[in-house]
Design a protein around this ligand. Structure first.
Ligand code: SAH
Ligand code: MG
Length: 211
């Protein structure tokens, strides 16, 4: 049913630019874990709703989602994106250049947990899509980058379905991440200064807005 809904939704999705469509194909054939189709359309909707001027992304990969966010925001909107995998950094830099959004997208190289501490100005929209077990660390290191109205979207919170299973049902080696993700979801849902929700879109999204 879920897959059928995804395919059904895709039939009605407005296409990306030719460049981005090509980049998506390339990323998928290279097995780069870019955001899924239904996550793409939901992010696009959120961007049109929130109209951010400053976006932060954790987990650039090859630049697909950063470029998609640039395509769906105003000329004046800037996007800071962080990637730590040496092999992907030059590929992302090249794609950003080719996309024509080089002026609006800044690629930060290094471990997000560290890079976050060096960033100063708050963002309107934050998209977390990196090492899943590290979300609590990222969140703790970005509190100075959040202001009233900041929207924070976190991808892959279902971990391919593992998250909704009991910890006994997941393989032993996946249990640490299972526990960390459950703790993260519990923590963010308890924060009184945020409104938080969990949506079954793509591999699961958590959505927060600072009150
Ligand atoms: N947002 C991208 C996909 C990101 S895949 C898109 O949809 O197009 C997740 C990326 O996060 C990977 O490239 C991985 O190298 C990166 N990553 C993982 N841990 C990280 C960390 N601690 N700091 C920075 N990047 C990290
Ligand atoms: Mg993801």
């Amino acid at each position: 049913m879920e897959e059928r809904i995804e395919v059904f939704k895709e039939m009605f999705m407005r296409p990306h630019s030719p460049f981005l469509t090509e980049l998506e194909k390339e990323a998928l054939s290279d097995r780069v874990p870019i955001i899924r189709k239904d996550t793409q359309s939901f992010l696009r909707f959120l961007l049109n709703l929130r109209k951010p001027e400053r976006i932060l992304e954790i987990g650039t990969a090859v630049g697909f989602s950063a470029i998609m966010m640039a395509e769906n925001t105003e000329e004046s909107c800037i996007i800071d994106t962080i990637e730590n995998y040496e092999k992907r950094i030059p590929v992302a830099a090249e794609n950003i250049k080719k996309s024509g959004y080089e002026k609006r997208i800044t690629l930060f190289e290094g471990d997000a947990a560290e890079v976050l501490k060096t960033l100063k100005e708050p963002y309107d929209f934050i998209f977390m899509d990196a090492a899943k077990g590290q979300y609590p660390v990222f969140f703790n290191n970005m509190e100075h980058l959040i202001k009233k109205g900041t929207v924070i979207v976190t991808d892959n919170i279902f971990q391919d379905g593992d998250m909704i299973e009991s910890k006994y049902a997941v393989r032993r080696r996946d249990r640490t991440i299972h526990k960390r993700m459950r703790d993260y979801l519990y923590d963010i849902s308890q924060k009184k200064d945020y409104e938080t929700d969990i949506l079954p879109i793509g591999d699961g999204l958590s959505l927060m807005v600072k009150k």
